[in-house]
Structure formats: C-alpha cells, structure tokens
Ligand binder design. Sequence first.
Ligand code: NAI
Length: 346
Amino acid sequence: MNKIKIAFFDAKEYDRHSFEESNKSEEFDITFLDTRLSRDTCKLAEDADVVCVFVNDDIDASVIDQLSEMGVKLIALRCAGYNNVDIEYAFRKIHIVRVPAYSPYAVAEHAMALLLTSIRRIHKAYIRTKDFNFSLNGLTGFDLHGKTVGIVGTGKIGRIFIDICRGFGMNVIAYDKFPAADSGITYVSLDELWERSDIISFHCPLTDENRHMVNSDSIAKMKKGVVLINTSRGALIDSEALVEGIKQRQIGAACLDVYEEESDVFFHDYSNHIINDDTLARLISMPNVIVTSHQAFLTNEALQNIADTTLSNIREFISNDTCVNEVCYKCSNLANCKQTHEKKCF
Ligand code: NAI
C-alpha cells in the first residue's frame, strides 16, 4: 500500500522534531512546508492525501473547495481550536479532525506564570537585575491569597487553572455556557463574574456569540484594577477597548498569550522591523501588559501529544472513514461534538 502523503503547513523546527519522532517508522510521507495554508498556497498540497495545519492557517471556503477538488480527503488540525476553519462550509465536502487535548496543564500553568509575572513585576525585576539595578521602587505587587478569580470556561484547561488558583488560596467563581453539574464549582452569571472578580481568566472557545465578550460595556462592569488573562483566543477581547480600559486605569493589568490580529505577527521574528499594528504596539509598550506569542501550549509533553494524536487521527480516519476526534458542523452545533461524531452525519 502506498504511504499516506501529508502536506504539513506552517511547519516550525519544534513541529518537525516531534512529528519525525512520532513517525520514526516512516509510516507516513510527510512534506514539511514553511508557508501557511491559504487560498494562495493550496496548490502545494496537490499530491497530498491529508493536509496538516495549525491555529493561524486560514481554511475558508475557497481553500476547502480547492483542497476537495485536488482530492485531499482530510484536514488534520494539530490544535484544539477550530475557529480558523469554516466548518459549516466544510460539512459534506472535506473531513476535519483535531487534537482535543494535548496538555491542558501546559496552558493552565502558562496562565498562572503570566499572572505571577505580571502582579509580582518579575518582567521588570529581571531586566533591572540584568543591569545590576537592585532598586525595588515600583515593584510592589499584591497577594493572590484571598483574591477572587473569575474563570470563563470550565473545560479541561479551566478546571486545571481552578485547581492551581485554589492552591494559592484564591476564591474561585466561574461562568460557562454549559455549566458542569456536581463539579463543586461556583457558577455565576457573566455580569456577576465581571463585577466580583479581581482577576479574570478566559478558557472558552471563540465563537460568533462570544467574540469581543470583553468590550467597553463589560469592562465598565469590572472591578477597578482587574487583571485579565487570555490564553484562549484573541478575539474574545476587543483590543481597542482593552487599550482604552488600561488608559482609564479601569484594567490594572493584561496578560495576553493570544491577540485578535495575531495571525499577521505571531510566530515570526519582527525584531528588525517596524510593526504595522498600532494597537499591538501600544499594548506591548504598556508596563502592565505582558504578551507572549501563543506560547502557552509549548511544552515537550504537549508537542509529543500533538504529534502522536495527529498521526493517530489520520491513521484512524484512513482505516475507518471516520475518527473519534472529527470536527463536524452538525455535531459541533450540538454541545461541541463531545466525541460523538457518527458516520451518518456526513
Ligand atoms: P474544553 O472544550 O475542554 O472547554 C471549553 C469550555 O468552554 C467548555 O466547558 C464549554 O462548555 C465552555 N464554553 C463554550 N462556549 C462558551 C461560551 N460562549 N462562554 C463560556 N464558556 C463556553 O476546551 P479546553 O481544552 O479547556 O480549551 C479551552 C480553549 O483554550 C480552547 O478553545 C482554545 O481556544 C484555547 N487553547 C489555547 C492554547 C494556547 O496555546 N494558548 C492551547 C490550547 C487551547
């Protein structure tokens, strides 16, 4: 039998390493491509059976049409989120699989790393001591113990972040569109969460409904000095409203691993360039904003899980014409797929 050909878009050095390790037996013929998948680069997948993509590859209707005309059978997302895929248009045209969890610990731990860095001014202290400046002026933080943290989205990552926060002695409240029964989590309305939280951390998927859930109205309802942490998807936050909220001192700090216009910037080295995005430049210039470039997932454990699950998704789909990790428009409309995809959907 011929080897399954995979066109692997937006390949980074760390992807090659983990996928080569996972494909040691050379079961799959993988072509690593530096470029992202878009309507202009689709043709690079001409001979492929499967395309493998990440968070900032743009899988719109044109890409779906081109891929299905070329005979590509499957889009294998090597990430959990699928907001970059037009899943409604893909329905009955091309199958999509994803990696629902690779290391929820990696993301939750990164969220806490950002929070501690921000409120204890570690990013400032690091630069000072590198320059032999041992002054403490301006580095005063606050205790997390006893503070109220509001968690938006209590799935895999949100729950681990809740456990971490409880370990710090924080009071946890949460909002979820589908609250979990008997979870021991105190659910409140979104408005109550905005009003009561000293810190708010986002762990829900991005949907049409919750795009810009942080906007000038919701910011006005928040406690003065609130700290926002977003390791979920950038467009949950209206960046212009965030800048304004920080300028008004309503928002005390922002920890951002994601940004709504990140696809033009993140994962690339622009250290010798002028950034065209004024909003991002303004945010980065603020002393109480920390930006990491969609790095929360980046641990050895997560990378190996991503590679192993992606290849096993492809193997399962090629053998069975369906896969437990399939993203299906019909299922995802019904409680986020929850691994209940059935062949009859297609
Ligand atoms: P999950 O599917 O286990 O949990 C998501 C939770 O959000 C569920 O409980 C769901 O009911 C809830 N939810 C859905 N719609 C909602 C809404 N409109 N408002 C509030 N809650 C809502 O997902 P998981 O694994 O915990 O991941 C959460 C998000 O983290 C992903 O959607 C992805 O965007 C992001 N992520 C970020 C990574 C990074 O490197 N920065 C890596 C992996 C995931």
